[in-house]
Structures are given as structure tokens and as C-alpha cells.
Design a protein. Structure first.
Length: 369
């Protein structure tokens, strides 16, 4: 990732077979070459201008993603964001079938049975571990995941004693989590008044790979904070816009603008500070970690064969960030084992880079005052 990313002039002839519309030319902006084979088919001719979704400042677009949507940077909010939006109904429709075609996932009864087998499916999950430390354990806590997907995190939290609730805009995800996993579900875009009327307030809310998706991210954030009781914890995990820097030179070299092209904004550490101040929240935890999962990303996704999909294989694919990360973990374990056998002190061992030192993801925990 350290090498310079080639930039195709916006007037060039690049087209992508998966999305013929990306041949549309927007002049005077550099076009990033594709990396992710999953390029949404937006109606580019119907896109509408968009100001910063946090402060409504009108910022200049600096580059084009491979899907031909322009990206701007807000110097006030330290936020990168898509500055021309496809039609809203087209965006909503995109997420129906999201887990079956765009990002195939096993939502079978067999997978549900595996998840409910009695073992913690996410034993070493960083998100639950951070929340557990900050809250003094998960036992008896009420936890909501907004954008729950297949609900693995909720099953793991329930295994640790939490009372769990789910939310997602995807019909298929909600059906799986509610019917197969037996978790109470609130379907659709999160609404604080409707949710609390039905389920009450929460002690914890998790938004993993969620806040980068909504057209109006503040609506989702404000709803979550209103659902939280005073002193409650909100965990956000999202691609780290800080890694894109604050200028065109650094932005064109960040892999985040070339993968996961359903994302509409990219928060930075500066953005988190702005939001914490605006909503009177205390930043309890803030870190960057991980690498983007690039294994096979240049190929269209294959349908999930639920009959041949095991729990171990599914969870492994969810936790794995990349082949590089896996190799680093194995090297780290081997080095530690060697040091122990030799009786050496941990400080005397020259260890390889810990994958947790990656900066693709931004993880923060906010406490509501």
C-alpha cells in the first residue's frame, strides 16, 4: 500500500464491465483506478450535489472514486465525503439483497444452528472486549447493534450475559436475526422514539461498519445517542479517513477510496473530536487498527453455498482482514513462543509488527454524559 496509486485522468477512456455507466466523464477531477470488483451501478446522470453531511459546508470535490462519484474534504469537520449522491430510493434499494448478491453471506438455518451451538463465536472480539472493560462486564447490560448483519456480535454478547437487540435496513438480515437467532429486531432506519417505545433505553450501542453508509449520518448518530441511557457507551468502528490525509496528494494513495464503494463518508480522528464536542460526549477510547480485506477483492463475489459453509469458515472470513494480517499474527505468535522457550524477557524479543498497528479502521467509544 505504500507505493503511489496510479490516477487515471477524468477524461480518459477507462470503463468497467460490471458497471457501464462508469464511462461517464466528469472533467478536471482525477479518477482513481478500480481495485474492488464490486462497483455499484449508480444512476450517475441523476446524482444531486451534496454538502458536508455534518456541517453543511460546501466543499470543492477533489477526486473521483472508481464508481465515478466525486469525493470532497471538509476542513471544518475533517471529513471526507461523497459530494454528489445517487437518488435516495436507489441507495435504499441497493441494501435489499445486499447480503445475498453484493456481499454474499450465509443466512441459512444451518449457519444459525452453528452460531447457537453454545460456543462464543467471537471470543477474542476487540469491540466486545473494549466495551466489557469500560462497562465492568457485559453481564446484565442491554446492548443494541445498529447494522447488525447476520448478528454474530449479538450472539457473542448474549453468550457473555448481555440482553441484546438488533437493527438493520436489510429485510434478509432482519429475518435471519429475528427468526433464526431469536433476537428482538427493529427493522429499517433507526428511530429513537419508535425504538425506545418498543424496547426501552440501552446501556450500549455498537455501530460496526455502519456510520459510513447513511445519506444522513447525523440522523443515525443522534438516534443512537437518544436511545442510550445517561452514562451509556456508543462504539463506532469505521474506515479511518485520517489515513487519507487532508489533501489530494495523500488521498489518491489511500486504498479506502478504491474499495467498499457503497460508503458515503469517511470519519477521521478529527471528526470524532468534533462530534464528541457537539453532542457532549466523552471519548473513552480511540484507536486505529487493522488492514482492509483485499483477498479476492478484484473478483466478483461468489454466491454463498450454505450447505458447505461451516461456522469456523464463516467466522474466520469475518475476522480476517488480509493475508498479510494473518501472516503477521502467526509470526508474532511464533516469536513469542520462541522467546518463552529460550527464557528471554518479552522486552528483549524483536517482534514483528502487530496487526493492531494498522490504520485502516478507526475505533472509538463515546460515553453519553
Amino acid at each position: 500500500m505504500a507505493s503511489a496509486t496510479p490516477v487515471i485522468p477524468a477524461g480518459g477512456e477507462f470503463r468497467n464491465a460490471m458497471n457501464p455507466m462508469v464511462g461517464t466523464t466528469i472533467p478536471d477531477l482525477p479518477l482513481l483506478p478500480p481495485l474492488d470488483a464490486r462497483i455499484p451501478k449508480w444512476s450517475l446522470n441523476d446524482c444531486a450535489p451534496r454538502k458536508c453531511p455534518l456541517c453543511r459546508k460546501d466543499n470543492e470535490s477533489l477526486l473521483l472514486r472508481p464508481d465515478r462519484l466525486p469525493v470532497a474534504h471538509c476542513t471544518d469537520c475533517h471529513l471526507w465525503y461523497v459530494s454528489r449522491l445517487p437518488p435516495h430510493d436507489e441507495i435504499l434499494k441497493f441494501y435489499q439483497g445486499y447480503w445475498s448478491s453484493f456481499r454474499p453471506k450465509d443466512l441459512s438455518r444451518r449457519y444459525a444452528t452453528s452460531l447457537l451451538s453454545g460456543k462464543d463465536p467471537l471470543r477474542g472480539d476487540m469491540r466486545l472486549n473494549r466495551l466489557s472493560v469500560l462497562a465492568g462486564g457485559l453481564e446484565g447490560k442491554r446492548l443494541l447493534e445498529v447494522g447488525c448483519g447476520a448478528g454474530e456480535l449479538l450472539v457473542a454478547a448474549r453468550h457473555r450475559g448481555a440482553t441484546v437487540f438488533a437493527n438493520d435496513v436489510s429485510n434478509e438480515a432482519c429475518a435471519f436475526v429475528g427468526e433464526e437467532l431469536g433476537i428482538p429486531v427493529f427493522q429499517g432506519e433507526i428511530s429513537d422514539s419508535r425504538f425506545t417505545h418498543q424496547f426501552g433505553q440501552m446501556d450500549m450501542i455498537v455501530m460496526s461498519d455502519l456510520i459510513e453508509h447513511p445519506v444522513e449520518p447525523l440522523v443515525a448518530l443522534e438516534a443512537a445517542l437518544n436511545i442510550l441511557r445517561p452514562g451509556g457507551l456508543l462504539l463506532l468502528l469505521t474506515p479511518n479517513g485520517s489515513a487519507a490525509g487532508d489533501n489530494l496528494h495523500t488521498a489518491t494513495r489511500w486504498v479506502g477510496f478504491r474499495v467498499d464503494l457503497e460508503h458515503l463518508q469517511y470519519l477521521s480522528t478529527g471528526t470524532i473530536s468534533v462530534l464528541a464536542g457537539r453532542y457532549c460526549c466523552q471519548i473513552e477510547h480511540l484507536e486505529t487498527l487493522g488492514y482492509p480485506g483485499l483477498d479476492g477483492i478484484d473478483r466478483p463475489p461468489a454466491p454463498v453455498g450454505s450447505a458447505n459453509r461451516s461456522l469456523k469458515g464463516t467466522i474466520k472470513s469475518q475476522l480476517k482482514k488480509s493475508k498479510i494480517a494473518v501472516k503477521l499474527v502467526l509470526a508474532l505468535r511464533a516469536a513469542v513462543a520462541t522467546a518463552k522457550e529460550a527464557g528471554e524477557l518479552p522486552g528483549a524479543v524483536s517482534l514483528p509488527q502487530d496487526p493492531r498497528c494498522g490504520d485502516y479502521h478507526l475505533v472509538t467509544v463515546l460515553r453519553k454524559k
